[in-house]
Structure formats: structure tokens, C-alpha cells
Write a protein that binds this ligand. Sequence first.
Ligand code: ADP
Length: 497
Amino acid sequence: MAELIKNYIAGEWVDSASGETFESYNPANGEVLATAPKSTSDDVDAAVKAAKAAYQQWRLTPAPRRGEILFRVAQILTDRKDDLARLMTQEMGKIIAETRGDVQEAIDMAYYMGGEGRRLMGYTAPVEMPNKFGMAIRDSVGVVGVITPWNFPVAVPSWKILPALIAGNTIVWKPGEDVPASAAMFVKVFIDAGLPKGVINLVTGAGDTGAALVEHPGVRIISFTGSTETGIKVYTKAASLGKKVTLEMGGKNAIIVLDDANLDLAVDAITWSAYGTTGQRCTATSRLIVQSGIKPKLLERLVEKAKSLRLGDGLDETVDVGPLVNQKALDKVEHYMQVGKDEGVTVLCGGQRATDVGAGFFFQPTLLDGVSADMRVAQEEIFGPVLSVIEVESLEEAIEVNNNVAYGLSSSIFTENVNAAFKAIRDLTTGIVYINHGTTGAEIQFPFGGTRGTGNGMREAGQAALDSFTEWKSVYVDYSGQLQRAQIDTDKVLGEQ
Ligand code: ADP
């Protein structure tokens, strides 16, 4: 029976004031999984008021105490890892090993940000006057609006919620509309960890619920992950209201394989980066930029590997690739198959819906050859298990092709040549660069985010995340007890000493 999800506002599980609901489905079989509130601007308003009311107490809670709650979040997540993973697999389709990894990222982030409770470092610097002290400290900001997609139902929200909380902010979270049950289970973890009422609030719903959050005057920061199209809308609206925004948007990530690459490593990394999570990660590999010498051998191995992948329900531990998330995602991938055909690509394997695995939104792992760097299939985000192969002659050409897209999240190069690797590190213009590793698998202690159309210059994770959720406060303490004419005439003041 479908689970009944509610909003979580001011420490209570409540329905939408409108009484309206929507459903989430299991993409592997079409079963209704949960019914959740279709929240209106009134619900968002109630949630923001609750977050505002909780803010004063939370910001004055010593950061080490806030950190202890985050450590408890980590422990409870560890205890409930399998339950959460199973629910996520049912709700958005990726295989159970990947949803376990999704929870693990939140656990790692909870420990990391919990530790920040005893750091949250500011700095001191010398000041220009005698008997005066200066320091810069990180200050909390207020209510943070968190808007997230469905592809990492726990990890992506955790990258936003945990740093925002440790910094002393309170939260209103609008999760992806495909994953309300996973979101509710994640919120339960915070409740059971002892987070005070009103510090985290959940409002489920579609884009209009997110838009109400962006527009609410009580929300000071918006942290968004999703499509570039929506992200730019959010950014534009929030900018007109003078809000701070962190954006994580699309990707068109590439793996470069040079002639001297270790073939076994490259085949494995490309397969999992391209087809893992059914290609629905913002860091997924959707372009293979390959030097001509190694291309025939590499493609032969990749086709063999892609054909060997087992599609099916992600709860089955023997399955490699789950379904796409919904009909819209399937339609988009099918649309790009037509685009590719019209552009003259060759389908080496896959290219169509997988109909032998039941009624779910399954699509065959697909390899497209004969792709040139400027084709739409090589430029636009498809967000499915589709890899476009672009042949190049040199490292320089590979780097140019990599950089010449509208996105800049992740890139990778396979080579045994240390000089080529360092040139790639220097010249690849993405926010994340891997050497001899696929384009996925970022760790939470380093900044995460991308250049160009992927972001707006902000980063998640690591110390960089704190910049998104704090503002600097510069403090000057004059302990001279004297009138000091600062800066007007420094020589004279010094002379008067
Ligand atoms: P996808 O559905 O492909 O993940 P979207 O960018 O459409 O990507 O959605 C990401 C998140 O943004 C979801 O939670 C969605 O409901 C929300 N959203 C969609 N439209 C808007 C909008 N206009 N304003 C704020 N949030 C939105």
C-alpha cells in the first residue's frame, strides 16, 4: 500500500493546507509508492515562519553542540542505511549498491560537518592602529531554502543541509517530486538525532512549491541542484530579490583516453561512469574523447561490456543498471536517439528501450560512434545511459574538445604519461578533474561543483561549502582607551604614542 507522506513543519507532520496530494512511483514497475502533500505558498510560508522562529535559538547553540547532533545524524544514518537505500531504490530506480553509496555520502558529510562544529575557522590579522585587535568570523545567515532533485535523494540534500546547519542556519527543504518518501525518511533521522523543532522543515511538491520558496522574503539563501534551465530561473528570480544562491546544474562530462592508456582500467571506469545510475548523475560520463590509435580496441571492449550489463529492478543485487526515473526521462533519451540518427551517428550498441525487463522505464546502455564535437548529442545533456564517442589525434585536441561545451563539471584522462596528465590538470577547465579514474566518485572533503553552465562559481562540500552558508563578519576591538584618529594620519597617531 502506498505510504502517506506529510510535510514536516515546526516539529509536526502535517498535510498541505490545500489538502492536495501527488504520488511517487516505482520506476522499475510503475507501482504507486507514496502519496505526498502538494504544497502551496501557504505551506511554504508556514515552514519559513517556523524556520525563522527556530533560528535565534539554533544560532546561539554553541557550534560544538550543533556538531554533536550531526554526529548523531551520522550514527542513525549508519543504522538505517539499508532501509533508506531500499526505499530510494524503489522510489527512483538506481541499484541498491548505489543507493547505499548515496547514504554513505551523507554519513561522511555528517561526520565532516559535525567536526566543523569545533573549527568553523575564521582568522585574525594585524591591524593598522596600536592597541587594536582584528578578526574575521563566520556568521550564520538565517533561513536557507534547499531545493533538490531526485537522483541523489539523500546525498545531495545532505551536502546542503549539513553545512547550513553547522553554520547555525535553519532549513526549509523542497525535495524532488519523484522522491518524497525518501525525503521524509531522511528528515526522520534529524528528528531522532535531537534537532530542535523548526530547525529543519520539509515541504513536498513540484516546481511551484520550489518557486514559492525562492520568492519568500524570509529566505536569505537558496541552495539549488537540478537542471540548468530551472537553475537559471531560480537564479534570476533570487537575484532580483537580492538573495544569495548556490547552483549545481547540468554536465556534459568526458573521459579522454590517450593511446598509451591502461585499457582494462579505462574500460571499467568508462562503463560505470557512463551507465552507472543509468547515466543520471550530474557527473556521469556522456562523452568519450579517444585518441585514434587505441579507439578500435577500446570500442570493441566497451561494446562487449555494455552488452553484458544486466538491467532490472535495482533491489536485485545481481542487477547492474536500473530503470530511468520516469516517462519524461525516457522520452528525452528516445528523443536524443532520433537527434543522433538525424546527425548521422552510428549506434554501436543499445539505442532503444529495453522491453524484456518488464514495464519499467528501462533503456539499453548505448554507445554512439561517428560523433563530432559540435553535434547536439555531444553538446547537450541527455541524462541517460548514452555515451558519444569523439575521435581525436592528440592530447591538445582532446582538451579542446573537452572544454568546448556549455558545462564544466567533471573530466577525466586515462594516460600512463605523467607529463600528459599534468598538462591535462592544468588545461582542463572543469571544476573536478580525475586522472586514471572515471568522472564520478567525488569525495565530500573537497569542493564539488562546476564551471560555465554547471554553476555560478559557488562550490559544495569541503570548506568551500561553508562559504555558501555563512557570511563574514569583520570585528575590530580597540583596547587603547584613547581617542585614536585612525587612518586619517597614521604617521601622526604613531608619533603621539
Ligand atoms: P529535474 O526534475 O530534472 O531534476 P529540475 O531542475 O526540473 O530538474 O528540478 C530540480 C528541483 O527544482 C526539483 O525539486 C523541482 O521541483 C524544483 N523546481 C522546478 N521548477 C522550479 C522553479 N521554477 N522554481 C524553484 N524550484 C523549481
